[in-house]
Design a protein around this ligand. Structure first.
Ligand code: NI
Length: 258
């Protein structure tokens, strides 16, 4: 089976057919899904989705581009919700300097990233890290708060294969999705070849980042076989091996997922 480690089915792009789509997952071999929060409203919708679908688990956390949603009340809500039996991770949290150039707001991102990492530590939950154009600060911050004690995944990994190895050394997983099928994704293809198979997670980040041959269209977990196929071809192993290993990896990391 396929374990989808990063989806956003709460997104309004799924409003017209969410029920139908999610109900078809298991028959298409997608056996588990982690739906990941971004802003506060998405975290609440994620929790609702976990109530409707037994195979769907949630992550709660505030995305760096949405930290204006964060205050101590929301932080307390995250803390309480982290104890829910269907909440398997804190995320997505991190740094995004691609969309945010103001150094003052970037410093706020670092503050809330740190706080949410600590929340994960207290709740004994893994983290789902979003990091864009912030390679150096993300690594410094994770190392600085002893990230090796807080398991996690760097989702939609977009940096160098060398940096991927730094995270692997700390026990982190590398999230790989549709981008690996793009012709120009040279660095990510190298990463997918070089990191140990037991450190790779499959993800879509849907509705975004559809793989070839569906690039540009709305993405869903039903496209994951294209990602599996590409990773298998790059590593010279079977697709079954990729499905099995990434599934085991996800169960290991998200230990609350049954
Ligand atoms: Ni995402």
């Amino acid at each position: 089976m396929i374990f989808e480690s990063h989806a956003h089915y709460d997104d309004q792009q799924f409003d017209s057919d969410r029920g139908e789509l999610l109900s078809s997952m298991e028959q298409h071999g997608v056996g588990r899904i982690v739906n990941v929060g971004s802003d506060f409203a998405a975290c609440k919708r994620t929790l609702e989705l976990t109530r409707q679908y037994p195979f769907l688990y949630g992550a709660v956390g505030i995305h760096p581009s949405d930290i204006e949603d964060l205050n101590e009340d929301v932080y307390d809500w995250l803390k309480e919700t982290a104890a829910d039996s269907k909440i398997a991770a804190i995320g997505e949290i991190g740094l995004d300097y691609y969309w945010e150039k103001d150094p003052k707001v970037q410093s706020k991102q670092r503050y809330w990233f740190c706080r949410q990492m600590e929340l994960a530590r207290e709740a004994s939950l893994p983290v789902i890290i979003h990091s864009r154009d912030a390679a150096e600060d993300t690594l410094k911050l994770v190392q600085g708060i002893h990230g090796e004690d807080i398991p996690g995944v760097v989702h939609c990994f977009s940096y160098s294969p060398e940096l991927a190895q730094e995270y692997v050394k700390m026990g982190y997983y590398i999230g790989i999705g549709g981008v690996v099928t793009f012709k120009n994704a040279k660095k990510l293809k190298e990463t997918a070849m070089q990191v140990p198979l037991e450190r790779i997670l499959l993800e879509t980040d849907c509705p975004y980042l559809s793989p070839e041959p569906n690039r540009g269209k709305r993405n869903s977990s039903l496209n994951l076989p294209y990602v599996v196929k590409e990773i298998a071809a790059l590593r010279g192993i079977s697709e079954e091996e990729v499905r099995n290993a990434t599934c085991e990896n996800a169960f290991r990391l998200f230990s609350k997922v049954k």
